[in-house]
Ligand binder design. Structure first.
Ligand SMILES: Cc1cc2nc3c(=O)[nH]c(=O)nc-3n(C[C@H](O)[C@H](O)[C@H](O)COP(=O)(O)OP(=O)(O)OC[C@H]3O[C@@H](n4cnc5c(N)ncnc54)[C@H](O)[C@@H]3O)c2cc1C
Length: 354
């Protein structure tokens, strides 16, 4: 990118460089290439990239805290785009993305949890969103492997899920089919880039890259450890189940192929990506309180990812300089918000380059 005030170096006004090939960068690249823009993605496959570890819940309702109303509104807007996005991407890539629409069941283990679910149900009613309050018995009729200690539940039919690794691969294929070029390399500075517009979508690494052109971004890494388990019988869970155990939020997300993702820790440890014995223990301990049979599942993988978090938990999607658009800081909701982010960034690109 040229220094402020310097002439543009590219002759092609539709020339876009996307820095970062996670779900955010690739969604933007696909949608921008579909618009006829000439798109190049650079990606360094960083250890700890969030899209590789994510659980893939498309869950603005059960993932948002009651205090995060702005995030809830944004998430609901993002959620509305998902059914068409999923269908179009599956057709464009010829690949399955593990999109599941069985809903999410939030469960309460004690009176405090039950009060939280009641509060959530009230907020949802205010938004006109369907959610079914369930007794302990009704909850276990839906998911028989749940602990008898579960006191009540809230079924949110509209909180869905997707398989982020399949999604990333499908986005890569769809972007390339639409004409985008993907380069496997690390970019050390934005100052050296020459397209008419650079889109910075480098997850938690965006801050360091923005600094190379004198821009400060409020994005930091928050580590999340997750376990991937396998349910050989295929009957352990039908839908995403989540709850709060010992003050920590815990979720189990089933996939069509018998995989169950169990997450996630939230740790402020900079760019550390270590998987710790303590992290694995806490996840299993808490999951067992909800679903005692979880320890019977086959262990497949323990992995950590770095969420690109902002202070207010809402993403940064904005033009930061004449030739720089930033799309990062999606925190816990980047998979959910990928289609919406792509739509907003492409609108900005077309407005300027068309
Ligand atoms: C454990 C965990 C569970 C999660 N669960 C969910 C969930 O259920 N639902 C949900 O919506 N979200 C979830 N998230 C959040 C979601 O994963 C992120 O918000 C989202 O993946 C961010 O995407 P991204 O493309 O911005 O970043 P990333 O996926 O981190 O991608 C950034 C990319 O930039 C590349 N890069 C970085 N620096 C450079 C450089 N200098 N040069 C070239 N390339 C570079 C990296 O290689 C990487 O591929 C979860 C996250 C974690 C960690």
């Amino acid at each position: 990118m040229p220094a402020k005030g310097a002439p543009r170096v590219s002759n092609d006004p539709s020339d876009v460089l996307v820095v970062g090939g996670g779900v955010i960068g690739l969604s933007i690249a696909w949608r921008a290439a579909q618009q006829g823009l000439s798109v190049t993605v650079v990606d360094a496959s960083m250890a700890g990239r969030a899209s590789h570890a994510a659980a893939g819940m498309l869950a603005p309702i059960t993932e948002t805290k009651p205090t995060e109303e702005a995030l809830l509104r944004l998430g609901l807007e993002g959620q509305r785009l998902w059914p068409d996005f999923a269908a179009e991407l599956t057709a464009a890539s010829g690949m399955e993305i593990g999109y599941r629409t069985q809903g999410t069941l939030a469960v309460a283990l004690d009176n405090d949890d039950k009060a939280d679910l009641d509060r959530l149900a009230k907020i949802l009613a205010g938004f006109g969103i369907d959610a079914d309050a369930l007794t302990s018995r009704e909850t276990r009729q839906l998911e028989p492997m749940l602990s008898p200690d579960v006191r009540s539940g809230l079924l949110v039919p509209s909180d869905h899920s997707v398989e982020p690794r399949l999604l990333t691969e499908a986005l890569r294929v769809a972007a390339q089919r639409a004409g985008a070029t993907i380069e496997q390399r690390e970019l050390t500075s934005l100052a050296a880039t020459k397209p008419s517009t650079t889109v910075l979508a480098a997850g938690c690494w965006s801050r360091a890259l923005a600094r190379t052109v004198g821009i400060d971004l409020d994005v930091r890494p928050v580590k999340g450890q997750v376990l991937r388990l396998h349910d050989a019988g295929g009957r352990f869970l039908t839908r995403t189940v989540r709850g709060v155990v010992n003050g920590s939020s815990i979720y189990l997300v089933p996939r069509g192929d018998g995989e169950v993702v169990l997450g996630a820790t939230q740790e402020e440890l900079g760019h550390d990506t270590t998987v710790t014995a303590g992290g694995v223990w806490e996840l299993l301990r808490d999951a067992r309180a909800l679903l005692p049979g979880v320890t019977e599942l086959t262990f497949v993988e323990a992995i950590s990812g770095l969420r690109p978090m902002t202070r207010d938990n809402t993403p940064i999607i904005k033009r930061a300089a004449e030739d720089l658009i930033v799309a990062t800081g999606h925190g816990r909701n980047g998979v959910l918000l990928a289609p919406l982010t792509a739509e907003r960034v492409v609108a900005e690109l077309i407005g300027v380059t068309a």
